[in-house]
Design a protein around this ligand. Structure first.
Ligand code: SF4
Ligand code: SF4
Length: 164
């Protein structure tokens, strides 16, 4: 089937219907796409709106692709202004760790399917090398842990007693 211009709706509908209606690779040769380092602190989110299977997951300053959900349609690659998305076999040298990182963080972070406003300093971070050190995995956010919420409440009560 031929697609005209940016007929994204038709493409997404075909991909949802199944492999017989598209030219995408078969399930046996399917290869996940990987979000790599330059997405960190850029997070434009243009990519999420084109994904027909909603396999992007959002962390505090980075997005990942769930490799078990990605259908290898390649639609997201051209959408990324930071050129951060690659097929697994083409991940740039030195960024192979992002293959595992995408799989691991996709299990922890929620799905994102709608574009958001990028961070105000996204452009300044585009192309900055060695951004992995700035990756926020969300592990330190206390709201992620129920016991810390209880601890915070206890500390708040204690603080209120002290200043009363
Ligand atoms: S468009 Fe690129 S930089 Fe933006 S969130 Fe998606 S992968 Fe990250
Ligand atoms: S290649 Fe990109 S748009 Fe296509 S399914 Fe995978 S993550 Fe989604």
């Amino acid at each position: 089937m031929a697609y005209m211009g940016s007929d994204l709706t038709a493409i997404k509908a075909d991909l949802r219907r199944g492999p017989q209606t598209t030219s995408r690779r078969s399930a046996s040769t399917r290869m996940a796409h990987i979000v790599t380092e330059n997405c960190i602190k850029c997070k434009y989110t243009d990519c999420v709106e084109v994904c027909p299977v909603d396999c992007f997951h959002e962390g505090p300053n980075f997005l990942v692709i769930d490799p078990d959900e990605c259908i290898d349609c390649t639609l997201c690659v051209a959408e990324c202004p930071a050129h951060a998305i690659f097929p697994e076999e083409d991940v740039p040298a030195g960024q192979e760790s992002f293959i595992r990182l995408n799989a691991d963080l996709a299990r922890r972070w929620p799905v994102i399917a709608l574009k958001k406003t990028p961070p105000p300093d996204a452009q300044a971070w585009d192309g900055v090398p060695n951004k992995l050190a700035h990756l926020d995995r969300g592990e330190d956010r206390r709201e992620d842990r129920g016991e810390d919420r209880g601890k915070d409440r206890g500390e708040g009560v204690e603080h209120a007693r002290r200043i009363a």
